[in-house]
Structures are given as structure tokens and as C-alpha cells.
Design a protein around this ligand. Structure first.
Ligand code: F2R
Ligand code: MG
Ligand code: MG
Length: 314
């Protein structure tokens, strides 16, 4: 198997995130949420429509590329401007972005809905582009992913979920890939027991019932981010099998699919994604363009040291 180029892995990650989101979206939540999705989808039959997960990741990728790094005020403004409730946002994030759109600073808005901040998975679902951009400097990745996450998810668990998925996308780029090293690399950078303890199970063969019980498949960061990593590890050679597994688990299927898809795409590149599904993906060209622009921005970043690809200068 030919090793995909780094640029193809950037493209694969963003397209994988969007595909996982759109394949999982019709199955997300209970019967009411699923009925709402189908009603909103009327008139667009055949198109794989994505949700808030991809919307926010796309905005993040573009902002990272244009600003050559995390510019929190720019990100908050762009996410607020792009807010489209038909994409099915988490209730806290929808309110928070509405407040920012109304002129409130994100530093206040991110504690207006939940005083201790949100620990939903809304930061984790969008953070693969951060892993791509900062993959050569994991200390910068942790710092910048935490900052980008905290704009909407100020709770330590919400932030750590965002950092974890960014790290997973970065470590999935490693070639050759070593599963034990990948899991150890994630564990050593996670402080919260809710996430760290689950990571011990990430590579274990669990039944779907055990995954639901021990890792979770809900909307909270610590009850979904490790689940996505587990799904990636057990199906890292077959994207459709991976997404079938996510749908079988149930719960927050679009988001677990998006997180796992972003990691899978970084690992295997765009050519490993299913062509028939890609052909039906909403705004596929736009997503691919954003990924290539992110790659060009990463490539063009001034870096410390002589070797290209070391730390981007902040
Ligand atoms: N919202 C959805 N899906 C609902 C169905 C959509 C439907 N299909 C439609 O078409 O309309 N999905 C999206 O939301 C999740 C990401 O959520 P996010 O951005 O983290 O939002 P929020 O509100 O901050 O957190 C989610 C919930 O977690 C609980 N929670 C969070 N922090 C809390 C705290 N400090 N204390 C208590 N509870 C807390 C709350 O229940 C939040 O509402 C993704 O699934 C995305 O796809
Ligand atoms: Mg969603
Ligand atoms: Mg979701």
C-alpha cells in the first residue's frame, strides 16, 4: 500500500470528518431528533448533508489557514456568523454563538449558559484540523487546541475532549503507525481521570454493549471522544465498517462518526475514503479546498530551526 502524502492526509481528514458526520446524522439521538433530521433533509434527497460538526470544523480550518494559527477572536466571530440552527447545534453552543453574534465577548459568553463551562463534545467534534496544523509540535498543539476549545467549551472536560481529538489526528499521521505508541501518546497527555481511564480500554476488543457502558456514546466529551478513538482503532482499514460500527453503537452517531472519520482520514488519506459516498457529500469541493489551503498554510509557516516542519513560530 502506497503511503499517502501529507497533503492527501489533510484532505482525507477533513473529508473523513464530514463523511462520518453526514453518515451518522440520520441516526443521531432518539426518534424525535431523527424525524427532525429527515424533515430538514426534504428536497435534498441523495445528498449526504452534514451538521454543526462539519460546519464548525470547516470554519476552524479556514481561520487557521488565514491567520496561520489560532486567533480566538477571529474564530469566535466566524463561528457566530456561520451559525445556522438547521445544522443541529448543541443547545448551549447555539445560545452562546447567538450571544457572540449579538456583540458579547466570547470570554464572557462561554460561561453564560453553563457557569463552569460546557463539557459537551462540541469542541472535540471539530478539532481534527488543529491536529493537522500543529502535528509537528505537540506542546503547541495542546496549548492552541485548548485555547480554540475554550471559546465555546470552557469546562476542563470539554477542553480536554478537544485536545484529545486534535492529538489523535496528529498522532494518526505517524508513519509507521504503532497502535500501542498511539494510545500511550494520548494517555500521557490526558490529565482528567474520566478520559485517561477510558483510554486504557481504547484498544481492547469490547462488544458494542460494553463500549456503550464503559466508554459511552452520548453528547458529553468524556462519553464520546474515547469511543471515537476506539472505533478508529478497531476499523482503521475500512471506513464504511468504521461508520457502521458507530451507527450500531447509537447515541451521538454524527459526532462519534465525525471524530473517528477525521482521525481515519489523517491516518489513511483521502484515497481510502469510499468514492460513492464522497460523490454524494455536500460541498465536497469546498471541504477539499479548505483542507488544501490548510496544508499550504502549514507548509508556508515560518518555523523555528532549519528543518521544515518543526514548530510554527507563534
Ligand atoms: N445537538 C445536537 N443534536 C440534537 C439533535 C439535532 C437534530 N437532529 C436537529 O436536526 O435539530 N448535536 C450537536 O450537539 C452536540 C455538541 O454539543 P455542544 O456543542 O457540546 O453543545 P452543549 O449544549 O454545550 O453541550 C451538549 C449538552 O451537554 C450537556 N452539558 C454540557 N455541559 C454541561 C454542564 N456544564 N452542566 C450540565 N450539562 C452540561 C447539556 O445537556 C448540553 O446541552 C453534538 O452531538 C452535535 O452533533
Ligand atoms: Mg452534529
Ligand atoms: Mg452529534
Amino acid at each position: 500500500m502506497a503511503c499517502p502524502s501529507l497533503e492527501e492526509r489533510f484532505v482525507g481528514s477533513l473529508l473523513g470528518l464530514a463523511l462520518g458526520d453526514s453518515l451518522g446524522a440520520p441516526h443521531e439521538g432518539g426518534p424525535v431528533a431523527q424525524a427532525a433530521w429527515w424533515l430538514l433533509g426534504l428536497g435534498k434527497r441523495g445528498i449526504l448533508r452534514w451538521t454543526d460538526d462539519t460546519q464548525m470544523a470547516l470554519v476552524l480550518a479556514r481561520s487557521l489557514a488565514e491567520k496561520r494559527g489560532v486567533d480566538p477572536d477571529d474564530l469566535a466571530r466566524r463561528w457566530a456568523e456561520a451559525l445556522d440552527p438547521r445544522r443541529g447545534y448543541g443547545p448551549g453552543t447555539r445560545k452562546l454563538l447567538g450571544r457572540i453574534r449579538g456583540g458579547e465577548d466570547w470570554r464572557a459568553a462561554n460561561r453564560a449558559v453553563f457557569p463552569e463551562g460546557s463539557f459537551g463534545n462540541g469542541a472535540a467534534m471539530r478539532s481534527a484540523p488543529l491536529g493537522l496544523f500543529f502535528h509537528r509540535d505537540l506542546a503547541a498543539l495542546e496549548r492552541e487546541a485548548a485555547l480554540a476549545s475554550s471559546i465555546t467549551h470552557a469546562h476542563p472536560l470539554g477542553i480536554e475532549g478537544g485536545v484529545l481529538i486534535a492529538l489523535a489526528a496528529a498522532l494518526a499521521l505517524e508513519d509507521p503507525f504503532d497502535e500501542a505508541r498511539f494510545v500511550a501518546g494520548l494517555r500521557e497527555r490526558c490529565a482528567r481521570p474520566e478520559i485517561r481511564n477510558r483510554l486504557e480500554l481504547a484498544g481492547k476488543p469490547l462488544s458494542p454493549a460494553e463500549v456503550r457502558k464503559r466508554l459511552g456514546c452520548g453528547v458529553l466529551a468524556h462519553e464520546s471522544a474515547v469511543t471515537a478513538i476506539h472505533a478508529f482503532l478497531r476499523h482503521r482499514d475500512d471506513f464504511l465498517e468504521l461508520q457502521r460500527f458507530v451507527v450500531e453503537l447509537g447515541g451521538d452517531t454524527d459526532t462519534i462518526g465525525a471524530m473517528a472519520g477525521g482521525i481515519f482520514g489523517a491516518h489513511r488519506g483521502a484515497s481510502a475514503l469510499p468514492g460513492e459516498a464522497l460523490a454524494r457529500l455536500e460541498a465536497r469541493d469546498e471541504i477539499e479546498r479548505a483542507a488544501r489551503e490548510l496544508y499550504r498554510a502549514w507548509e508556508g509557516c515560518p518555523r523555528e530551526g532549519s528543518e521544515r516542519g518543526t514548530r510554527p513560530v507563534a
